[in-house]
Design a protein around this ligand. Sequence first.
Ligand code: 5GP
Ligand code: ZN
Length: 393
Amino acid sequence: MAEQLTLTPVIPIPAHLVGQVQAKLAYVDEAIASASIAADGSRIDLQLRAAAPADLEAKVQSVVQDMASGASKPKVEVLEDHLQRGVPYAADPMPELEQRGEVHQETNGVYSFGPLLANLIGVFEDYFLELAAEFGAKPQRFPTLISAEMLGRVNYFRAFPHSLTFATHLREDLHIISDFAENTVYEPAGLSASLESFSKIQALLSPAVCYHLYFGLADKPLPGGQLAATAVGHCFRYESSNLNSLERLWDFTMREVIFVGSREYVLDNREAARQKVTPWLQELGLAYMVESANDPFFVGEFRKQAAFQNAFQLKYEIRARLPFKDSTLAVGSYNYHQDFFGRHLNITLPDGKPAHTGCVAFGLERMAYAFLAQYSLDPAQWPAIVREARAWA
Ligand code: 5GP
Ligand code: ZN
């Protein structure tokens, strides 16, 4: 039977961490259907699917403790602020998208898109390809699956275990495969087959695009000492009950422009890319800001890693306004990884030192969703660069 549970955090949750702690509560126990934390961090409300397990409160409090104790408020650096740019629309585009058959939810967090969204993303993609070309970034195509061995080498399992999506297959065994073929049915909780039928994990569904480039450069000198590349790909991040319309998908697509080389090469290009994207966002009429951010590290790694990213200005997000809910959504990011991938993957520069890496990443579904949330589904309302880029009728 569904119930509600209200808890007082063991230590107050600072307001700047409320969203990030709340997102982690989805992963604490299968009994939690949804979690919300009061904006001032003083109360946690849990909606439960079943009676609360005995250790539930202890698990929730340990997340609060690990993420919030000793956390200092990060210095938020705002590089661009156009949040108040006037936009003509203030409703949620989702009901109309669904009603027109423009989005079809296949399963939780997994959507198909119709022609309006496909064309809109096409317009953004045309621009991203131009941007990439200005940096001489060569196109690449990467697989949807990603090597478990290589993800292990870059500590991905330690940093983001909660959002991993695994690829498996039936074990090579006649009895197992025949039994699966004859007896497996879909039940509401998932396929009926037993876990013993499945192989150990060699591959996962890829959580990011640029990793594939770094994996391909591993264990050798970087040809020419620097390179720029671009690719688009499906990315998978399991978000549990945080999956929420087009704002958060399990399966989404990302376009990246990627830089590998010296520290200066990567930082200069990350900044040059931002300077080129700014006037485009203005032509697009997007209400947005660019501010410092951190990646959603899991509980044990969160405090240290988030503080590190903040201290070294490693991540900035483009956050678009969603007028209908008076919030913002990250539609892209400017990232610098220092020599993290160079060291872990043994990618060397001509001076023998590890290469530095960085990327500019755009979430294509989120770009489209934020644009429609500000400009409606009516092309007549759209800024000229989008309206005139396709025949929309
Ligand atoms: P990052 O590598 O900065 O986490 O992700 C780059 C971009 O991918 C984000 O700015 C965002 O636009 C998009 N993205 C990240 N996670 C999700 C997600 O769960 N759903 C969707 N739709 N886009 C995401
Ligand atoms: Zn990247």
